[in-house]
Design a protein around this ligand. Structure first.
Ligand code: AMP
Ligand code: ZN
Length: 470
């Protein structure tokens, strides 16, 4: 498999440290609010990567942290702790906020068919591990205490900006105007490993440490948590592109200084989902959540399809129109799968089936090209093979794509099989619309479609005719 590696800035052949095994780490959510669908784009694409690696036969271990302490409102160690901000907003304790939004995050993941990683570790569970690592960095001369806080000394490194590929705006994060410079830092790129003094005295969660009562910086948690569960050598580290700097840059600085050797070989970064106004943000009033999509009548899996239709390294533009198109495509796909006869796979289709499988794998082997993998799925529906073979291939591909196609199709079949009150009226209206379209009376056809929409009926036009569901 070729995978784009932010470290080398090229598509590299994936070669794990240990044959057949992949150790994978994902930066988890900061649980001070609901995840927006931009955050979830990153988790969907990381989920596809994990599932594809398993599909390709690797034994994968994936670890994710939950950031429930230490992530300040600016990634450059300034501002307020995001968790504290959430707690104040909702008049709750930090741990209540963490529990509520962690559960909400996994509920969103379930709606989007995102698998829970093998290990999920809240940062507040690992305070002793953070302290050990910070102590080690001080002993090795990579960290210093100033003004009560412990800082990583970036001047001790041969190379700090390992990814190279940053927006100017990203690079300015440590020196942004209007942000008070931290007088304790020896170099502007130094970052906090452990806080005991900050501008806010009301930090709720504090722990004893050799440097006084305090709490960890955000970056140290991912280094220490991955070390705890994955050991000293890691294969793939994932996150949204905004994590590349300063978060991942700092993770590499402290992990490799602590370990004394290279730590992680491949860095997988997902570009952002933007809305018309630009970057998505949780601080804007109503932000886009999975619940909001559901309230508006969208299936979360239509959003998953929307994400899969474009490459993870391209910025994706969200609009309701784009999502509606994905919903229509998803409904059609389910309708086509539901129309397949439920029969066993036909061994006579072997060669064609192998070819279809190969194009699916070729797509994903080429830097996780999910849009081509979705095309391979459509090719199955068009192929000259039996319905049973089509179903088998769709089930196989969906182990990776996780669009829930067979499940949705069987639900649809059940709905169609069990007539409900009012079905006859709807059938009659759908037939009248088809007649109107045939007679080129489009105004009438549209009127009927609107009437059905009012009744909560979704029409799906396919080459084989129009189907409907509630
Ligand atoms: P956070 O909860 O802020 O720590 O972010 C969780 C994940 O979402 C991180 O991997 C971020 O890099 C990623 N992320 C943040 N904003 C976006 C976005 N608009 N599109 C895609 N991923 C994002
Ligand atoms: Zn992280």
């Amino acid at each position: 498999m070729l995978i784009y590696n932010s470290l080398t800035r090229s598509k590299d052949e994936l070669v794990p440290n240990e044959a057949g095994k992949i150790k994978m780490y994902t930066c988890g959510p900061t649980v001070y609010h609901f995840a927006h669908i931009g955050n979830l784009r990153s988790y969907i694409m990381e989920d596809v990567l994990e599932k594809y690696l398993r599909y390709a036969g690797y034994d994968v271990k994936r670890v994710m942290n939950i950031t429930d302490v230490g992530h300040l409102s600016s990634d450059a160690d300034t501002g307020e702790d995001k968790m504290l901000k959430g707690a104040k907003r909702e008049h709750k304790t930090v741990m209540e906020i963490a529990k509520f939004y962690t559960d909400a995050f996994f509920a969103d993941c379930a709606d989007l068919n995102i698998k829970t990683p093998d290990v999920v570790e809240p940062a507040t569970n690992c305070i002793p591990e953070f302290i050990t690592m910070v102590q080690g960095l001080i002993e090795k001369g990579y960290a210093y205490v100033a003004g009560g806080n412990v800082y990583f000394d970036t001047s001790k490194l041969d190379k700090y900006y390992v990814f190279g590929e940053h927006d100017e705006e990203d690079l300015a994060v440590g020196v942004r105007e209007g942000v008070e410079a931290d007088e304790n830092k020896r170099n502007k790129t130094d970052f906090v490993l452990w806080f005991t003094k900050s501008k806010f005295e009301d930090q709720e969660l504090k722990w004893e440490s050799p440097w006084g009562l305090g709490y960890p910086g955000w970056h140290i948690e991912c280094s220490a948590i991955s070390l705890k569960h994955l050991g000293e050598y890691m294969d793939i580290h994932c996150g949204g592109i905004d994590n590349a700097f300063p978060h991942h840059t700092n993770e590499i600085a402290q992990s490799e200084s602590y370990l004394g050797h290279k730590w992680c070989n491949y860095w997988f970064h997902v570009r952002h989902l933007n809305d018309a106004s630009g970057k998505m943000s949780k601080s804007k009033g109503e932000f886009l959540t999975v619940s909001l999509l559901k309230e508006k009548g969208y299936d979360p899996l239509a959003y998953r399809l929307f994400c899969l239709q474009s490459h993870y390294r391209k910025v994706l533009l969200f609009s309701w129109e784009n999502l509606s198109n994905a919903q229509t495509a998803y409904d059609k796909l389910v309708a086509r799968v539901a129309a397949l006869k439920d029969e066993p796979e036909n061994p006579a289709d072997g060669e064609t089936a192998d070819q279809l499988r190969r194009s699916f794998r070729d797509a994903l082997d080429n830097d996780l090209n999910t849009s081509l993998a979705v095309t391979a799925l459509y090719d199955v529906l068009k192929a000259k093979v039996s319905d049973g073979t089509k179903r088998a291939l769709i089930g196989d591909f969906d182990r990776v794509l996780s669009l829930g196609l067979l499940e949705a199709a069987s639900k649809k079949q059940q709905e169609t099989a069990a007539p409900q009150e009012g079905d006859a009226e709807i059938d009659a209206l759908v037939a009248a619309r088809t007649e109107a379209k045939k007679a080129r009376n489009f105004a009438e056809a549209d009127r009927i479609r609107d009437q059905l929409k009012e009744m909560g009926i979704v029409l799906v036009d396919t080459k084989e005719g129009t189907t409907w569901h509630r």
